[in-house]
Design a protein around this ligand. Structure first.
Ligand SMILES: Cc1cc2nc3c(=O)[nH]c(=O)nc-3n(C[C@H](O)[C@H](O)[C@H](O)COP(=O)(O)OP(=O)(O)OC[C@H]3O[C@@H](n4cnc5c(N)ncnc54)[C@H](O)[C@@H]3O)c2cc1C
Length: 337
């Protein structure tokens, strides 16, 4: 988690792994052991190397010890499930939420393809609409009650066709479980199709969420591929899964073209190709597009710390392959050759 700066649905309020790392012990490429960061909340003592190692994906050193700060557990939480007849309105709801004085602990957006998939696979009973937002607030009980009212008002003002509110733990667990089953449910949506993670972890500025979700759907339509969009929208993080015919070269070609267009759209909106999963190989070509000036500095840091290129070589800005040509997708192995 530290090496990828991982995070999840509550990052909007609680941040990503990097926000909790105070210090690290790291083994460098030459075998020396260094300690970076401090045990203090504040630290202006030179370069913040702990922040550099978080998210470096094993390319700069091996992390052997982590000092974390912790946050108190909230006393109460509650959720709003808002249904929208237009995907764009769900996106607007997310961006409207940032203009009111509260920070939701989670805001999960799901489009119609994801809704259909979970309703079919796990009988989730979600509203049959173009998009939903599940918005969670947490904290002190009286604050939660006040914030719920604000969220409900924002959802209605953004065009929600129905709004359900719950602080019942069973109901909330049911909604959360429906959201968490999106990935596996998408794999079961189309008989001949498999769900693949190609452009799966973009993040855009929150105000650009409506444009981004509409762009993804347009790109899917233009390339004749099915794309399900969901994600931790209030921190701008949008996941997509593409449904492809694993045995059709044409399907993979259209998928790859759509991936490039999705990433280009994200970059043009001021976003990033990966919000929480990391770059590895599959997002390397697109990270170079996203960071045309910064990747050389990243490479210089890599060369300074690992001159013989022994730490996770060939990743990030060092990978130059093609995502379909050079990466293995196990679902293709079963196809007749
Ligand atoms: C189904 C699925 C769901 C996912 N959901 C999420 C999600 O909700 N949020 C999220 O953030 N990510 C998610 N991911 C992406 C990824 O799994 C996470 O980022 C995860 O944190 C990786 O951690 P890991 O311990 O499995 O690391 P690994 O997969 O083992 O490694 C990840 C990278 O870190 C490097 N690394 C591992 N250990 C060290 C070390 N000690 N020192 C230095 N480098 C090291 C590896 O070389 C590699 O480059 C998901 C992935 C999958 C497949």
């Amino acid at each position: 988690m530290v090496a990828t700066n991982a995070s999840g649905m509550r990052a909007v309020k609680y941040g990503a792994t990097r926000d909790y790392v105070l210090g690290l012990e790291v083994v460098l490429a030459d075998g020396s052991v260094i300690h970076v960061g401090t045990n203090t909340i504040k630290n202006s003592s030179g370069y913040q190397l702990e922040r550099l190692f978080v998210g470096s994906e094993g390319t700069l050193g091996i992390i052997t010890e982590v000092t974390l700060k912790v946050a108190p557990k909230p006393k109460r939480s509650a959720m709003v499930l808002a249904a929208f007849d237009r995907l764009e309105d769900a996106g607007k709801c997310v961006s409207n939420l940032i203009s009111v004085p509260l920070i939701p602990s989670a805001t999960e957006l799901m489009d119609d393809i994801c809704i259909r998939a979970v309703n079919k696979a796990v009988k989730a009973g979600l509203p049959d609409v173009e998009a939903i937002c599940m918005i969670e607030v947490d904290g002190e009980p009286d604050m939660v009650a006040k914030e719920l009212k604000v969220v409900e008002e924002v959802a209605r003002r953004s065009g929600a066709s129905s709004v359900q509110v719950s602080d019942d733990s069973k109901q909330m667990a049911k909604w959360t479980s429906a959201r968490k089953s999106v990935m596996s449910a998408l794999s079961r949506l189309g008989d001949e199709l498999v769900s693949v993670s190609l452009a799966d972890d973009m993040a855009v500025p929150i105000s650009k969420i409506p444009e981004a979700v509409v762009a993804f759907h347009r790109i899917a339509e233009e390339n004749n591929v099915i794309v399900g969009t969901y994600g931790h929208a209030a921190d701008g993080n949008l996941h997509t899964k593409m449904l492809l015919d694993p045995c059709s070269e044409d399907s993979w070609t259209r998928g790859e073209r759509a991936v490039g267009q999705i990433f280009d759209a994200v970059i043009s909106l001021g976003g990033t190709v990966t919000g929480e999963h990391g770059v590895g190989m599959s997002k390397a070509p697109y990270m170079m597009r996203e960071r045309p000036d910064a990747w050389r500095t990243m490479l210089a840091i890599k060369k300074a710390l690992d001159p013989q290129d022994i730490l996770n070589p060939g990743k990030l800005m060092q990978w130059e392959g093609g995502i379909i040509r050079d990466l293995r997708y196990p679902c293709r192995d079963l196809c007749p050759r």
